[in-house]
Design a binder for this molecule. Structure first.
Ligand code: FE2
Ligand code: FE2
Length: 206
């Protein structure tokens, strides 16, 4: 890995995640499809609302506003696709589930710190959630029994791959690349421990 290249270039090829998803997860997820679709729907909804709030909090960063505005539409479109899939199967959206994974990631976010440090963590936590979602969708797109569902998840996998790269890109646009790289490594380490210590359950995307 040459140091001159920006981190976003590297992450185009590799997810960078330190621990692959437990192979048992796909089978569990397929059994609990209603739960997975509901959790997935809310993941998309949260992605859209988080992008809106990032635009509100960073309105002076015009590059960020330009990049995130279309993502809001895209994530909301994803939400609607998952909702349509639930409807088609006569399944209920149901209530939002507790998001243990994201809550544990939030624990690692810098508290206090400088505005730049807080901004960097806001970008990196999003990059990580997108990267892990992308990895999970990849697992589903490769491992599900149902060919239709494999195709369904392949499309989501492709979008999320673009998103996690974009958040790294945004971080590197505003923050020194060396600082971004160092902090991203710390996030990847933390996420590895988190994945290692979490139970494998088929009713959640993460
Ligand atoms: Fe999405
Ligand atoms: Fe996304």
């Amino acid at each position: 890995m040459s140091m001159e290249k920006s981190l976003s270039e590297h992450t185009k090829n590799i997810l960078g995640l330190q621990l692959p998803t437990d192979p048992r997860w796909v089978n569990l997820a397929e059994i609990e499809l209603e739960e997975i679709l509901t959790d997935h729907a809310y993941c998309e909804q949260k992605a859209a609302t988080t992008c809106i709030s990032l635009i509100q909090k960073n309105s002076e960063k015009s590059f960020l506003v330009d990049e995130l505005s279309p993502i809001v539409t895209e994530e909301w479109g994803h939400f609607r696709q998952v909702l349509a899939e639930l409807k088609k199967r006569n399944l209920q959206l149901g209530r939002q589930r507790k998001d243990v994974y994201v809550n544990k990631l939030i624990d690692f976010q810098v508290k206090g710190g400088s505005p730049d440090e807080r901004f960097l963590d806001q970008m990196l936590i999003m990059a990580l959630i997108e990267a892990r979602s992308c990895e999970r969708f990849k697992r589903l797109s490769e491992g599900m029994e149902d060919a239709y569902m494999r195709k369904f998840y392949r499309k989501f996998m492709e979008s999320e791959a673009g998103h996690y790269t974009m958040f790294i890109n945004l971080a590197e646009h505003y923050i020194d690349k060396k600082i971004v790289r160092k902090r991203w490594k710390a996030w990847l380490e933390y996420e590895k421990e988190l994945m290692n210590s979490s139970e494998v359950r088929g009713d959640r995307i993460h």
